[in-house]
Design a binder for this molecule. Structure first.
Ligand code: NAP
Ligand code: ZN
Length: 347
């Protein structure tokens, strides 16, 4: 299937127009014309090979929404014209215990990423900075027409990546939750934790985001550069979701957990982060991590968003401005997610 998009050709090159072929759709596949595609910080980490092992040319993008243009004859959930989304995962074994438990990102055979990966047949996968995508129905989500479609795109990664740990650790009205970093993931963690009824403390390095954090649902906001403000929360939080993309001191946050509290990493800085054993054993704390979310829970998250009118706060951009958008994400200068209007591909 012919596709056109924008690709990183090397780890240092600008994103440039790129024509390529996707596999022909099979009986279980859905073809989606991409209307909007979110820019995740993982796109930048991978386009610039910050995690190692990047495959080029790379068409990034795993926050994809659009319209179904074709369905295979074994597809039952979608018909042509439906709104649909594709996230971070496009293939898993569907036979291992993790897949069978609905935890497909932890597939023991290895989940196939929407881009910067090879599928089980050995073909490279290409992501959402493009005009179309083909994916098996199991990895395609129904999108409610009630929500602003462009602002739904980031739910496919930033949304599910923060929803999944909040649900796994049973965050609810009796929880006191910390969210570290008010970026794409962080602002969704804040919205979800607030919506689930928790008391939310937002931690940020950016003084300019304090007023927004309160509007987005934070009960308290802490500027992390101020040690006295951090100390006020010592030993008080049940759960922290850490959404920071760059190296930072985890021990400062571990110390804020109460007895049996958990700090869950979702942010993926490219370096190892030192841990103080004393910050762990005090208060019997746990350090955890979480990766995106399963297919069923992603659809549940999208349905919850439709019911509670939750979307991302976005700034629309174009394929022509991708390099500038990347630089602004790195400077924490986006409120709070860039979404590419894919109509710009034809400009
Ligand atoms: P983002 O929009 O750039 O947000 C990151 C936030 O981290 C920034 O807005 C900033 O918040 C804070 N920050 C940045 N540099 C910092 C520093 N040096 N020290 C302290 N705080 C800093 O990124 P994102 O798209 O939300 O992604 C966040 C991370 O999650 C990335 O590493 C990404 O790869 C990872 N990720 C993981 C998964 C998963 O499955 N686990 C899925 C998607 C993304 P403030 O301005 O509020 O300080
Ligand atoms: Zn992502």
């Amino acid at each position: 299937m012919k596709s056109k998009g924008y690709a990183a050709l090397t780890k240092t090159s600008s994103l440039t127009p790129f024509d390529f072929e996707r596999r022909e759709p099979g009986p279980k596949d859905v073809v989606v014309e991409i209307l909007y595609s979110g820019i995740c910080h993982s796109d930048i980490h991978q386009a610039r090979d910050e995690w190692g092992g990047s495959i080029y040319p790379m068409v990034p993008g795993h926050e994809i929404v659009g319209k179904v243009t074709a369905v295979g004859n074994e597809v039952s959930k979608f018909k042509v014209g439906d709104l649909a989304g594709v996230g971070v995962t496009v293939e898993t074994c569907m036979a291992c215990e993790n897949c069978l438990a609905g935890a497909e990102p932890y597939c023991t055979k290895g989940m196939v990423g929407t881009y910067n990966a090879k599928d089980y047949a050995g073909n490279p996968t290409y992501g959402g900075y493009a005009n179309n995508i083909v994916a098996p129905e199991h990895y395609v989500y129904s999108i409610s027409p009630k929500l602003n479609l462009a602002a739904v795109a980031p739910l496919l990664c930033a949304g599910i990546t923060t929803w999944s740990p909040l649900r796994h650790w049973n965050v609810g009205p009796s929880s006191k939750v910390g969210v570290v970093g008010l970026g794409g993931l962080g602002h969704m963690a804040l919205k979800f934790a607030h919506s689930l009824g928790a008391h939310v403390v937002q931690f940020t390095t950016s003084e300019s985001k304090v007023a927004d954090a309160k509007k987005l649902g934070a009960d308290e906001v802490v500027i992390t550069k101020n040690p006295d403000d951090m100390a006020k929360h010592a030993g008080s939080l049940d759960f922290i979701v850490d959404c920071v993309s760059a190296p930072h001191n985890l021990n400062d946050y571990l110390k804020l957990l109460r007895l049996n509290g958990t700090l869950c990493l979702v942010g993926l800085p490219e370096v190892e982060l030192p841990i103080s054993p004393f910050a762990m054993v005090t208060n019997r704390r746990s350090l955890a991590g979480s990766m995106i979310g399963g297919m069923k829970e992603t659809q549940e998250m999208l349905d919850y968003c439709a019911e509670h009118n939750i979307v991302s706060d976005i700034e629309l951009t174009t394929v022509q401005k991708l390099d500038e958008a990347y630089e602004r994400v790195i400077k924490s200068d986006v409120k709070y997610r860039f979404v590419i209007d894919m109509a710009s591909l034809n400009a």
